[in-house]
Ligand binder design. Structure first.
Ligand SMILES: Cc1cc2nc3c(=O)[nH]c(=O)nc-3n(C[C@H](O)[C@H](O)[C@H](O)COP(=O)(O)OP(=O)(O)OC[C@H]3O[C@@H](n4cnc5c(N)ncnc54)[C@H](O)[C@@H]3O)c2cc1C
Length: 420
């Protein structure tokens, strides 16, 4: 039987960042897919460059960004000032909505301001109540509630107030009212970076520190015996010292035979359509949010306005509830609906579709609640007593960026190394 000190499950950002830090140590990465990258993968088709879903980067640790960029020789990294908008009543309003209500028709603006002043005094301990308490009924019901309900594919009262953490663009009353005179729609992603070769460039940068013979592709871990420390894959059995897994926590628990309550670990799925057209569409804008229930998608991004290219290149995101299933046929039907909806809201006019790709991200956004946080921490702590460490966006059951994944993976590698 094969043996390894570290068995790493998954060659996405988290698994690769962990292995990269380990350097010369004895490890093996087992990856179910036939290529590295996890959700940070890029597809090239007919001259279009698409990610699994729009991936744009906002590094908070310049040294991490530099570490990656230094390994991307010959790769231009674009730095772009965000132009993101909301499709509202057949026109665009700048994002975030709460800072741009002055762009609404005057009566609606006044209603939002009145409701802002008369908002409930109770802070609210779920996401929906928090939106009413911080922004008042007008802002909440015109955009924040319909959009986020669509995005998460759930009743927002079931999410914690802090479910989106730092990714929610909060604004104070002063900022909301003052933005009419001195517009500032910035926020955490006022500018973003994007490599010309797509998000996969960051994966390739991390993979430079990983020996290719230490990555086994197209092999899935299907069972883990915590007592004997033997992992069973679709191809073999491996005796391990420590496991570092970036598989979704619920999959890891199943692999280890650890019981859990599936109702606590809820999540949505996102079906992404990447669509390439023969000619240009809307100029300038990078992505648009669609709160309308009748439209199939919640967000559409424009790669051509990032690359400054002359053929419209879109990613279109459709959110599905955890238990919703779509057959290949249903996906085809959904694509037809997406194209019709793009036409209905003026994105698609005279252009013809010349290339397309679709992918289902399952899970995509986990539903963060006090119960899911407590359960994830408890299960992770239990697994750690067996030297099984669960990391990553889905291994930690959280909402985060690829940079957060790298920080977490490095911190774990350092901690485990210091204990050897
Ligand atoms: C819609 C969407 C948009 C996003 N946009 C951004 C963005 O703009 N910027 C940003 O920084 N981040 C973004 N993210 C987050 C980013 O994609 C993730 O943080 C990151 O890709 C997670 O990496 P990971 O390695 O933790 O997990 P994953 O990418 O999920 O990798 C896990 C890997 O483990 C493998 N695996 C799972 N189970 C097994 C098994 N049993 N055996 C073997 N292998 C297994 C999988 O195949 C996969 O390759 C976005 C996420 C989504 C869903």
């Amino acid at each position: 039987m094969e043996c390894t000190d570290y068995l790493i499950i998954g060659a996405g950002v988290s698994g690769l960042a962990f292995a990269d830090w380990l350097g010369e140590a004895d490890y093996l990465i087992v990856e179910a897919e036939d290529e590295m990258g996890g959700y940070c993968r890029t597809v090239r088709r007919d001259g279009f460059i698409w990610d699994y879903s729009g991936h744009f980067f906002h590094f908070r640790h310049p040294e991490i960004e530099q570490y990656l960029v230094d390994r991307m020789v010959g790769q231009r990294v674009l730095r772009i000032e965000r132009d993101s908008r909301i499709w509202y009543a057949n026109r665009f309003v700048d994002y975030p909505f709460q800072k741009n209500i002055h762009q609404l028709p005057p009566a609606e603006y006044q209603q939002c301001v009145r409701d802002l002043h008369e908002r409930p005094k109770e802070a609210g301990n779920n996401f929906k109540d928090m939106l009413y308490a911080r922004y008042g009924r007008g802002i909440a019901e015109k955009f924040l509630i319909p959009y986020n309900t669509k995005l998460y594919a759930t009743n927002l009262a079931e999410l914690d107030a802090g479910a989106m953490g730092r990714f929610f663009p909060h604004a104070s009353v002063e900022e909301i009212l003052g933005n009419a005179d001195l517009p500032d729609s910035g926020g955490y992603n006022a500018t973003f970076t994007y490599p010309e070769g797509g998000a996969i460039q960051y994966i390739q940068a991390l993979a430079q520190g990983v020996a290719s013979e230490k990555i086994a592709l197209s092999e899935r871990v299907i069972g883990i015996d915590l007592e004997s420390k033997i992992a069973t894959t679709t191809l073999r059995q491996i005796h391990y010292g420590t496991i570092v897994s970036s598989a979704p926590l619920i999959s890891l628990l199943s692999m280890c035979g650890v019981p859990f309550d599936p109702r606590v670990f809820n999540h949505n799925k996102v079906l992404v359509f990447n669509l390439g057209f023969d000619s240009k569409g809307l100029p300038d804008v990078h992505w648009v949010y669609y709160p309308q229930r009748e439209l199939s998608f919640y967000r559409v991004g424009f790669y051509d306005n990032i690359f400054n290219s002359d053929r419209m290149s879109l990613y279109v995101e459709v959110s599905l509830a955890r238990d919703e299933t779509l057959s290949a046929n249903d996906r085809g039907t959904m694509k037809v609906r997406v194209l019709a909806d793009l036409q209905a809201c003026g994105v698609l006019t005279h252009q013809s579709l010349v290339a397309s790709h679709d992918v289902l991200l399952d899970p995509a956004y986990v539903h963060i609640t006090a119960r899911s946080n407590a359960a994830a921490s408890a299960k992770k702590a239990l697994l750690a007593t067996h030297e099984v460490h669960s990391i990553g966006r889905y291994g930690s059951w959280t909402y985060c960026s690829i940079e957060d994944n790298i920080v977490e993976a490095r911190a774990l590698a350092e901690r485990l190394d210091s204990m050897r």
